[in-house]
Ligand binder design. Structure first.
Ligand SMILES: *Cc1c(COP(=O)(O)O)cnc(C)c1O
Length: 363
């Protein structure tokens, strides 16, 4: 028995027959940049998230960058985020000229609203909660703090398409929601892609300009914009995949439920609060014996990962921010204990049985 961490080939072999006619139609249409296919996917995605607008962009990192550009966040501004995310949460802040300010997380890997309160200064312009692992951050207190201090909230929802907090989809709660459509994410293109969600019409219009050279028509440019558009080819693929997302999400939650019920008394397992719906982009267990367990599972042909081995504040690129080891004790402690188990929808019951059996055997 072999259990890969993810198998994109398997997912796509089940839907390739459905994708090919759409791809063929798109190729013959000759409409490769923006146009009706992109628009149709954006509308469906907005509807799925329960927002008015969605803007397809080049990738998830660009979604964050364009979101901050649209809100005029830049030099001299601070944006508060979590140190345990994928590094793009922080690099995007730095790349618009602002300063990433990290605060520690809670045991569920998401930003601790109480720590946000202490990190706010006169320069703070926005909070960027990350819905890490596909589990929603604690949005009520975050929105309350933002309101009190007049801050924007940019949701990094790259891992959390479809997740819900008190019945609302992640990406629909803050000022803007940013999603990645990278092949490894729950809703994925066959290459890079990203999308931004919002309810504000003027922000929406600014984002349309920002992703397309600032052009209001073929020849007239009203602001310096980026070239960061979701390809029409990706849009037609994503439109097909969006129809499968619910089913894939259910399977992820089913696998998570199985891991939870089988493993809760041996390792620390993630749990949904009653008002949360997590979409389990990753299923991260915590154990003091992480390294040995990882090795044991690898020896038995079970592939696992660590998301992420180096917290962002300790990356070489972040050196100039002057953080040091010990600044975020919870995130750093988790870093030695976290292990992501395979949880993609196409895993068979035999495979997840095998994962559980081996973890039990190890302990
Ligand atoms: C994947 C990811 C991103 C970046 O998305 P890309 O499409 O790879 O640019 C940003 N934030 C988080 C939390 C992610 O998981």
């Amino acid at each position: 028995m072999k259990v890969p961490y993810i198998d994109l080939s398997l997912q796509h072999s089940t839907i390739v027959k459905e994708l090919m006619p759409q791809i063929e139609k798109l190729i013959v249409s000759g409409q490769f940049i923006l146009g009706e296919n992109v628009k149709r996917f954006e509308e469906k995605f907005a509807q799925f998230c329960g927002v008015k607008y969605a803007i397809g962009v080049g990738n998830g990192t660009d979604a964050l960058i364009l979101a901050m550009e649209a809100l005029d966040i830049g030099v001299g501004d601070e944006v508060i985020t979590a140190p345990n995310s994928f590094l793009a949460s922080a690099s995007s802040i730095a790349l618009v000229g602002a300063t990433p300010v990290f605060v520690d997380v809670r045991n569920d890997f998401n930003i601790d609203p109480d720590q946000i309160r202490y990190a706010i200064t006169s320069k703070t312009k926005a909070i960027m909660p990350v819905h890490l692992t596909g589990k929603p951050a604690d949005m009520d207190p975050i929105m309350e703090i933002a309101k009190k201090h007049n801050l924007y909230v940019i949701e990094d929802s790259a891992q959390a398409v479809g997740a819900e907090y008190k019945g609302e989809k992640t990406g629909s709660i803050g000022t803007l929601g940013c999603f990645s459509l990278h092949p490894l994410k729950n809703l994925s293109a066959i290459g890079d892609g990203g999308i931004i969600t919002c309810n504000d019409k003027s922000i929406y219009h600014k984002l349309l300009l920002l992703r397309n050279h600032g052009l209001i028509n073929r020849d007239e440019c009203v602001l310096w914009g980026f070239n960061s558009r979701l390809d029409a080819l990706q849009s037609v693929i994503l439109e097909v995949k969006l129809n499968h997302l619910k089913r894939w999400e259910l399977r992820r939650r089913e696998i998570a439920g199985f891991y939870q019920s089988e493993l809760y008394n041996i390792v620390e397992v993630p749990r949904d609060k009653e008002f949360e719906k997590s979409v389990y982009h990753t299923f991260i267990i915590q154990t003091e014996q992480r390294d040995a367990l990882m090795k044991f599972l690898a020896k038995n042909n079970i592939d696992t990962k660590v998301h992420y081995p180096i917290p962002i504040h300790l990356q070489q690129a972040a050196k100039y921010l002057n953080y040091k080891k010990g600044d975020f004790p919870i995130a750093e402690k988790q870093d030695d204990k976290i292990l992501s188990l395979p949880i993609f929808p196409e895993l068979s019951n035999n495979q997840i049985d095998y994962v559980v059996k081996n973890i039990k055997e190890f302990f």
